[in-house]
Design a binder for this molecule. Structure first.
Ligand code: TMP
Length: 209
């Protein structure tokens, strides 16, 4: 089996940029697949479009749609890549649903966990990197950045504070599952720390090209 790594963080944590830089570096020595949630395969990208660009949906429908997109992406893309011994770097996974829908949307973390357990059948990541930033810095970065905002980006500041609070509760409950990296520093420093953490994990497995 390959190595399944997920990268998590609130809006403005620099997740997507850092994932790209980390992937370029790891690709020199490993077979790397980069992907994202919701999305990564055609059906899941269509669900992403409904979730992020469409009309607001009921909060439970939102949980189910994220889980449906997750299932399809896992089966079509992640499982085959892991079976062919690749390193999979995935931008968001179940922890996003726990933080955004479970905590910030007030659905309840246990219910969101249950729906996701059904969707992923035990395919938990080998490693989850959390890019840690204070909510105020995240907001500052989003405002400075020209990226078009999706439906969830446009949620209130209080919502994004609850997302961060949710992630921190998950980390406090299961510290062994997360590698927490201070993402308030420069992209170069954060990228270097993420690469070092992944290389340590890779050293335990022998997946070199
Ligand atoms: P992003 O990939 O640009 O971060 O956009 C995805 C958005 O969807 C982001 O606002 C977080 C949100 N999201 C959830 O609310 N729940 C989930 O399970 C996932 C994967 C993403």
């Amino acid at each position: 089996m390959g190595l399944f790594i997920t990268i998590e963080g609130p809006e403005g944590s620099g997740k997507t940029t850092i994932l790209e830089l980390v992937a370029q570096h790891l690709a020199l020595t490993h077979d790397v697949v980069t992907t994202r949630e919701p999305g990564g395969v055609q059906t899941a990208e269509a669900i992403r479009n409904i979730l992020l660009e469409g009309e607001a949906v009921d909060a439970r429908t939102e949980v189910l749609l994220f889980a449906a997109a997750r299932r399809e992406h896992l089966v079509e893309k992640v499982m085959p890549a892991l079976a062919s011994h690749k390193v999979v770097l995935c931008d968001r996974f179940v922890d996003s649903s726990l933080a955004y829908q479970g905590y910030a949307r007030h659905i309840g973390v246990e219910d969101v966990q249950m729906i996701n357990d059904f969707a992923i059948e035990g395919y938990y990541p080998d490693m989850t990197i959390y890019l840690d930033i204070p909510a105020a810095l995240g907001r500052e970065r989003i405002q400075a950045n020209q990226r078009v905002q999706n439906r969830l980006d446009k949620e209130s500041y209080a919502f994004h504070e609850r997302v961060i609070g949710g992630y921190r509760q998950l980390i406090a409950k299961h510290p062994e599952r997360y590698t927490v990296i201070d993402a308030s520093r420069s992209v170069e420093d954060v990228t270097a720390d993420v690469i070092a953490a992944i290389q340590q994990k890779l050293a335990q497995k022998s997946l070199e090209k």
